[in-house]
Ligand binder design. Structure first.
Ligand code: NOJ
Length: 729
């Protein structure tokens, strides 16, 4: 009960992330009273189910594991993995706070990646809304709902730049651009760590760093990366999240240029803390410390003692689900393999985070207060809006929106399956209604009949069913994509094309001669040239979440005009991957039809659908595009006119390209964007301001000030726009 006694001795501000209960001096005093066993205990995270159960389920119905209870009582555990229900959370916390010698509260973490009961679209989808306010609201929703599952920490946001859709975890990311990912990272952290809830929770930036660049797109695989790319592309979203106050960071599983991130001192100490100024705590990925020692895994340490010492010296504060720290850290200290001072540093970080989270003053979850903060209907409405705004209209020759009164034949897999609709990392999806696409179309009054007719993979197309459904309909709306859990962790694909059964379905639908609208639900970009050719309209709906059926129906019926823009590119073929718009320049840049320029001999050079791309049900015209240097900023302007027949939102994007630099720079880089809503015929001058300092770049470890000649574009996507120019002297 040390903390409690201490607390009464100091004046405490109101609970909340910034209103810390203990001063740094008091934290150090607490540290000075801890035994080595208690210190190591703070650095250990185990499953909330104890040895007997997997952590990934809601443990609320489970009895508390007696061994685990004893370990907590002895001060041997610092945090738990796996939301365990409010009752069990409070029971664990009572043991930690009231029965352990020092009374240090526990943190309980879980992956609330895109929601809890209410699931928003997967993060990749949400990134396509290009809207910081929406992302922040999404974070706040996670903050409101997480404590109701018995957790006070989420391993979100994942801010790994993802340039390769073979990598299944692209679904959890904000796509391929550092600026989009940075803004989404900061907005999510602000939302997740809002103080405006009964029980603040901690965010976790992951996976530090470069995880999305896994060789061949295969999860857990090695990463080889230049320091320039690390600094220019992969670090900025972490820097932004840290600046937004993220309390925790999770180093990644992989090796970075040969050294596993989990024991990588350069990354964890020099860069993360030294350069990015991170002051919170690091938590390893699942047993990632131990795996550094296993000879058939990374094999960079000689056994658990030595790997514990390496990880602590590198800057890994807490060991998730491994036994290295638990079983060997104390002996490693006693043998002098690592200093107790280094251990103290880790424990200090952990105590500071617990303190900042308000746990010293308010360790328990007040279920009634947490519930009172949640408005299920409002959350469902937010999820519906998010689903509609995350959808990207990839093609439309006028088949969308569905005109009122049309008879629709709805075919294909997933249209009536909530688990498919919500996507990966959505164990507890259960808001009030949970509409599938079938439910959504019903709610929007569409006259349709649903016949599945084919699956995602394997099996045959029921051609007769498609023919008879189409015969009685004015339009066929057909679902394609991936099963809901086909993207996500360790779901790498070697082939991004649609499986044969879906390709056969395209032929069968085309053969009916009816207008053909495709709805894609998937967790990553796919290679869909056949669909792009055959369909009259394609709506990329992603895995749109618990209100997804409503949101997607809203877009199909035109109740909402789509405004989503891609944050990652769609390839023609898997062989183009990794595929990203901001590639470094090459010798012999690509020119269509020219033999000795960079190209493929069996397919197109560029993307099928590029970064920044997305259509709406109206059209926009750009004119008077300009860019000027004004003091210490760059100002892009353009006149945007809605030339169509209905209101719409245009996402105006600003790009630059530095012509001559110390190292070859990307062909284009996004510098800013603005969303503008315009009525039919309305015109607006959009201005995007960019601090000149944002154009500075890294050449290995040297920060270089941007100077010289630049090209620039203010444009609707990364391939379009009138070429402008400016110079910085
Ligand atoms: C492994 C994943 O890589 C990580 O993202 C997640 O937070 C942990 N497991 C805990 O579930």
């Amino acid at each position: 009960m040390y903390c409690r006694k201490l607390i009464t001795a100091v004046s405490i501000a109101a609970a909340g992330l910034s209103a810390a209960a203990l001063t740094d001096v008091e934290i150090d005093e607490l540290l000075s009273r801890m035994t080595l066993v208690e210190k190591v205990g703070q650095m250990v995270q185990v499953s909330s189910g104890g040895k007997s159960a997997a952590e990934a389920e809601d443990g609320s119905g489970r009895k508390i594991d007696a061994v685990l209870a004893g370990q907590i009582r002895n001060g041997e555990i610092g945090s738990l993995l796996g939301a365990c229900g409010v009752k069990n959370f409070n029971a664990f916390q009572k043991i930690a706070v009231e029965e352990s010698r020092l009374g240090i509260p526990l943190m309980v973490g879980h992956d609330m990646i895109h929601g809890v009961f209410t699931q928003l679209p997967i993060p990749l989808a949400l990134s396509c809304a290009w809207d910081e306010e929406l992302w922040c609201k999404g974070g706040e929703l996670i903050a409101r709902e997480t404590p109701l599952k018995g957790a006070n920490w989420t391993f979100t946001p994942m801010v790994d730049i993802s340039r390769d859709p073979r990598w299944g975890r692209i679904a959890e990311s904000a796509g391929q651009d550092a600026l989009v990912a940075s803004r989404m990272s900061a907005a999510l952290v602000r939302g997740i760590q809002t103080k405006d809830v009964a029980h603040p929770i901690a965010a976790c930036l992951k996976h530090f760093v470069g995880y999305g660049a896994a060789m061949s797109g295969r999860d857990y695989n090695e990463v080889e990366m230049s320091e320039s790319t690390l600094r220019n592309v992969y670090l900025p979203p972490f820097a932004a999240g840290i600046d937004a106050g993220a309390l925790t960071v999770m180093p990644a599983f992989h090796t970075f240029n040969g050294v596993p991130c989990s024991v990588n001192k350069w990354l964890l100490s020099d860069i993360l803390r030294g350069e990015l100024g991170f002051k919170g705590m690091t938590i390893s990925d699942y047993n990632a410390v131990g795996e550094c020692a296993w000879p058939d895994h990374h094999g960079v340490a000689d056994g658990d003692e030595s790997v514990s010492a390496m990880a602590v010296a590198a800057g890994m504060d807490q060991d998730m689900m491994g036994e290295s720290y638990m079983k060997t850290l104390a002996s490693a200290v006693k043998k002098g393999l690592v200093s107790e001072k280094a251990v103290d540093g880790c424990v200090r970080n952990i105590l500071r985070v617990k303190n900042a989270l308000g746990l010293i003053e308010k360790p328990y979850i007040d279920e009634a207060a947490a519930k009172a903060g949640v408005d299920w209907k409002a959350d469902a409405a937010l999820a519906r809006e998010a689903a509609a705004r995350s959808a990207v209209l990839l093609k439309n020759n006028g088949a969308l929106p569905l005109k009122p009164g049309l008879k629709v034949a709805l075919v294909g897999p997933g249209a009536d399956d909530l688990w498919h609709t919500v996507g990966c990392w959505a164990t507890w999806a259960e808001n009030t209604s949970n509409p599938t696409l079938v439910d959504g179309l019903k709610a929007d009054g569409v006259d349709f009949k649903y016949v599945k007719a084919y699956g995602f993979r394997g099996g045959k197309v029921d051609v007769a069913a498609i023919q008879s459904a189409a015969a009685n309909a004015d339009v066929v709306v057909a679902c394609f994509g991936e099963q809901g859990r086909e993207a996500g962790e360790n779901n790498s694909r070697m082939d991004l094309s649609l499986p044969k059964v879906q390709l056969d379905a395209i032929d069968a639908i085309k053969a009916t001669g009816k207008p053909f609208v495709a709805v894609l639900m998937n967790g990553r970009p796919l290679a869909i040239p056949e669909l792009a050719e055959a369909a009259d309209a394609i709506l990329e709906a992603w895995n749109p979440g618990t209100s997804g059926g409503w949101g997607i129906a809203d877009v199909l019926t035109g109740r909402i005009n789509p405004s989503g823009r891609l944050t990652t590119e769609f390839p023609y073929a898997t062989g183009q991957c990794p595929l990203y718009y901001n590639k470094t320049r090459t010798g012999r840049p690509h020119k269509d039809g020219e033999r000795w320029t960079t190209r493929y001999i069996d397919g197109p050079y560029g993307a099928l659908y590029p970064f920044g791309y997305g259509l709406t049900y109206t059209t926009f015209e750009y004119s008077d595009e300009k860019v000027v240097v004004d003091g210490d900023k760059l100002v892009f302007t353009a006149k945007i006119r809605n030339t169509g027949l209905r209101e719409g939102v245009e996402t105006v994007q600003a790009y630059t390209r530095q012509l001559v630099a110390v190292e070859s720079r990307p062909v284009r880089e996004l510098r800013g964007w603005k969303r503008v809503a315009l009525a039919p015929g309305e015109e607006s001058v959009v201005a995007i301001e960019v601090p000149l300092a944002n154009l500075d770049y890294w050449a290995a470890s040297r920060k270089v000030a941007a100077s010289g000649e630049f090209e620039a574009w203010i444009a609707p996507d990364s391939t379009k726009g009138k070429k402008l120019g400016f110079s910085i002297r």
